[in-house]
Design a protein around this ligand. Structure first.
Ligand SMILES: Nc1nc2c(ncn2[C@@H]2O[C@H](COP(=O)(O)OP(=O)(O)OP(=O)(O)O)[C@@H](O)[C@H]2O)c(=O)[nH]1
Ligand SMILES: [Mg+2]
Length: 345
């Protein structure tokens, strides 16, 4: 019979939701012993402050982030079998789930007795946000928050007017995907723009007005910001409103636009007709970007306040991505030196 594992003063908790592509397991306490039991024999320890790729034999390859002497996060694939193997290996090594009482401290000095899971509530929020964050643009900003809050508290202690905080209502869009919706007449290239930004055929494209009858949504990464892009059915001439399918498509477009944080008001660059008026369902707080599509066509005349785009010649895609990111999370918000209250409770 194998010997019973020594009980470690180490806790673990699974931070990723079920079904997530990646699992994040946080360790607190005697991290060295737990990691040594998981990694290949002879693998160099991951030192505090380091992030290293490690093979966990029989489990997976994993990224090990050693935040502090007594805190680390293991990130591996999130498949149920992989996660089950990782948690079983931690238990076999003597670590305990978060709710389990820790064994009494022996007389061996420990770098950190880990009385709670995290050194402080800020780190608990930080690791939780990092595990869920969909936007790469947020990572460095989140990792800088402990330093910024420490500076802020020190300044607040000596001054009656503490320095301002970063704009949380804008930066929160880095943590929860904002909704971007296209709007415009039918057959002007709105679905083609989505396909071109996604790099795959997400939406149906056809030289036939009314091709998009249902709104199609896709997650996109634009200039480091994760967004949910909604391609709405194009507005058809008013005489087609009698067609029940067209009326249903128009209802769907209005409903989708009501959710938008940003509307791309699109027009065919070669057609002098202005874009249709925005429906009243668009929230007053939503931003609007004007886009002139199909600007490769001979009579194209984009206006100065429009972003010229041609999916045929691959013009303007990067500019659209950058403009969407800047409209939702402006450069000034990203560059704000103050601390960000990134948690909600
Ligand atoms: N020349 C040119 N044609 C384009 C461009 N983008 C799209 N098209 C063509 O325009 C036609 C309409 O494209 P869609 O993307 O289906 O247009 P839509 O605005 O989504 O149309 P609805 O779904 O009916 O609202 C297709 O024949 C496309 O191939 C472009 O940048 N340049
Ligand atoms: Mg379409």
């Amino acid at each position: 019979m194998p010997p019973a594992p020594a009980s470690l003063r180490c806790r673990f908790t699974l931070a990723a939701p079920p079904g997530a592509a990646l699992a994040a397991v946080h360790l607190a306490g005697d991290v060295d012993t737990a990691l040594a039991a998981l990694t290949s024999p002879g693998a160099a320890p991951v030192l505090p402050g380091d992030t290293r790729l490690r093979t966990l034999p029989g489990i997976d390859h994993a990224l090990v982030c050693r935040w502090a002497p007594a805190a680390a996060t293991i990130t591996c694939h999130g498949g149920p079998a992989t996660v089950a193997r990782l948690l079983a290996a931690l238990t076999a090594a003597g670590a305990h789930p978060h709710d389990h009482p820790l064994p009494p401290a022996d007389d061996k000095p420990s770098p950190d007795p880990a009385p709670g899971l995290w050194p402080d509530p800020l780190h608990a929020h930080l690791f939780s946000a990092l595990a869920r964050c969909p936007s790469p643009l947020a990572i460095d900003l989140l990792l800088d928050q402990p330093r910024r809050w420490a500076t802020h508290h020190a300044a607040a202690a000596t001054s009656s007017t503490p320095p301002p905080l970063a704009p949380a209502h804008l930066l929160r869009r880095l943590l929860t995907e904002p909704v971007v919706a296209t709007f415009g007449f039918a057959n002007i290239g709105k679905s083609t723009l989505l396909n071109s930004l996604a790099g795959r055929a997400v939406a149906l494209v056809n030289d036939e007005p009314g091709t998009t009858r249902d709104h199609v949504g896709a997650p996109l990464l634009l200039d480091g910001l994760a967004v949910r892009w909604i391609d709405t059915p194009g507005v058809l001439p008013s005489h087609t409103n009698a067609d029940p399918l067209a009326a249903h498509a128009a209802d769907l477009a209005r409903a989708a636009l009501a959710k938008a944080d940003l509307v791309l008001l699109c027009r065919d660059a070669a057609d002098p007709t202005p874009p249709p008026p925005l429906p009243p369902s668009v929230r007053p707080a939503a931003g609007v970007l004007r886009v002139a599509l199909r600007c490769d066509r001979p009579a194209a005349a984009p206006a100065p306040d429009e972003l010229p785009v041609s999916c045929l010649t691959a013009q303007g895609g990067l500019a659209v991505a950058a403009a969407v990111r800047a409209a939702l999370v402006p450069d000034a918000a990203l560059a704000h030196p103050g601390p960000w209250r990134f948690w909600t409770n």
